[in-house]
Write a protein that binds this ligand. Structure first.
Ligand code: FCB
Length: 446
């Protein structure tokens, strides 16, 4: 094995949490088993041309039946924590009313399985698979869904709250709002910016209300939310491109972050959105900015923008992942340092970072040196930011397994473990062995 870029665990704090991440819809399969209701992603997959390979989540990685050996895999890596999500329609098929005991029993086993292996459970409540029943009445664009989510979160807390180390309300509200309701490339496939902005607001509001409710219920888990973030840069160092980049960062990042941290929408973006701003009721903003125990950040790339509409970013293929995303590790340091400079931040957790590549299985091995290099270079960037004063408490690789990559179906492989879908066989890639070696270099500084 090559170790092109050396980075050691002992350059991070002793109590830094190392983990791997997945989400329910992307790995579980069993989409109709044991009383599970359908989700908007089950529905979206049925639309013509919605998914690149016309696939769906019916089987995925069959994690619903393979959860035990999958947890053994996680544990064999020597990580501290496992980030997973609960499928809302599995535990409450219609999104309101009756809960599904068989669904809860699955997560009960899963969480106990983590604890038995010494893994810290990091739970996400909403990783996009909203119960279809709620979509019939407008889904996240309907303010009523906010209360449905709080009820679901409280029920999860009553069953698992004292066993979970961390609870994240929503994964990447920007994706749900913009890709789900403005561009229509993700479920539920709507195409209205006004709707998208209302969805974003309702997601933030449901987050704030949930955090407050769980605290009142005495929940001891660390409570937070996960935002996707890319630093934005102008293509040219001129005023027009710089302003464009700042607006882009405002639309994609500050629009979500500032309500959470400051209790306000950023005025430049509010102005830019013109008539597409959300309806905000009295008291909403105070709810949204309930103190966070942690802020989760998913980092994959930077964005480069230009005021010139004919400009197109050209990244050489060797600097791109299979998603076409630019490999730009220094963007992670830049992003963290900017946030640290601009805001009074809660502790940060890097809840996702990783890369898709077309891996090949060679005599039972997967030599994914590019993924290994991607991960190592991002850990160096993370370490740099931390040494410059940014508090980061944990890092999770996306993903444990190759899985259903949303509208890309099974065509993109993000796992550090290869999944042969026909046989459901798992093969640790070189990057998994590298991460295992990295994690097992126990910290010598006490
Ligand atoms: C993030 C999602 C995750 C996965 C990665 C590649 O936006 O949270 O589910 O799809 O991208």
């Amino acid at each position: 094995m090559t170790h092109a870029t050396p980075i050691r665990r002992d350059t991070f704090p002793n109590d830094f949490v190392w983990g791997v991440a997945t989400s329910a819809f992307q790995i579980e399969g069993a989409s109709e088993a044991d009383g599970k209701g359908t989700s908007i992603w089950d529905d979206f997959c049925r639309l013509p041309n919605a998914i690149a390979d016309s696939s769906n989540g019916t089987v995925a990685c069959d994690h619903y039946s393979k959860w035990e050996s999958d947890l053994d895999l996680v544990s064999s890596l020597g990580v501290d924590a496992y980030r997973f999500s609960i499928s809302w329609p599995r535990v409450q098929p219609k999104g309101s009313g009756k809960f599904n005991e068989t669904g809860f029993a699955f997560y009960d086993r899963l969480i106990d399985g983590m604890l038995a292996r010494g893994l810290k459970p990091y739970c996400t409540l909403n990783h996009w698979d909203l119960p279809s029943g709620l979509q019939t009445s407008g889904g996240w664009s309907n303010r009523d869904t906010v209360q449905r989510f709080v009820d679901y979160a409280c029920e999860v807390n009553s069953r698992f709250g004292n066993r979970l180390v961390s609870i994240c309300t929503h994964n990447e509200p920007w994706v749900i709002a913009v890709l789900g309701h403005q561009t229509g490339s993700f479920a539920p496939g709507a195409t209205s910016r006004l709707l998208a902005m209302q969805v974003a607001h309702n997601l933030l509001l449901s987050h704030g209300l949930t955090v407050t409710a769980l605290r009142q219920l005495g929940c001891k888990a660390s409570l937070g939310i996960v935002l996707n973030m890319s630093p934005s840069e102008g293509a040219q160092p001129n005023a027009a491109d710089t302003a464009m980049a700042e607006l882009e960062f405002g639309i994609n990042v500050r629009w979500y972050l500032e309500p959470l941290l400051l209790g306000n929408y950023p005025s430049d973006v509010w102005k830019h959105l013109s008539t597409d701003v959300p309806t905000v009721a009295a008291g909403d903003m105070d709810c949204i900015c309930a103190p966070l125990d942690f802020l989760g950040i998913n980092y994959y790339m930077r964005t480069v923008v230009s005021a010139d509409p004919t400009w197109k970013q050209r990244v050489p293929p060797e600097n791109c992942t299979d998603m076409g995303w630019e490999i730009y590790p220094q963007g992670l340091s830049q992003l963290l340092l900017r946030l640290h400079h601009d805001y009074d931040l809660p502790p940060i957790v890097i809840t996702e970072n990783g890369a898709a590549f077309q891996d090949e299985v060679n005599e039972g091995s997967v030599h994914d040196s590019r993924r290994q290099e991607y991960l190592a270079s991002h850990l160096i960037a993370l370490n740099n930011a931390m040494h410059q004063g940014v508090r980061v408490d944990g890092y999770f690789i996306w993903s444990l397994l190759d899985n259903f990559e949303w509208s890309s179906g099974y065509t993109k492989r993000f796992g550090i473990v290869h999944v042969d879908y026909p046989s459901q066989q798992r093969i640790l890639k070189d990057s998994a062995y590298w991460y295992r070696d990295f994690c097992n270099k126990k910290n010598s500084r006490k």
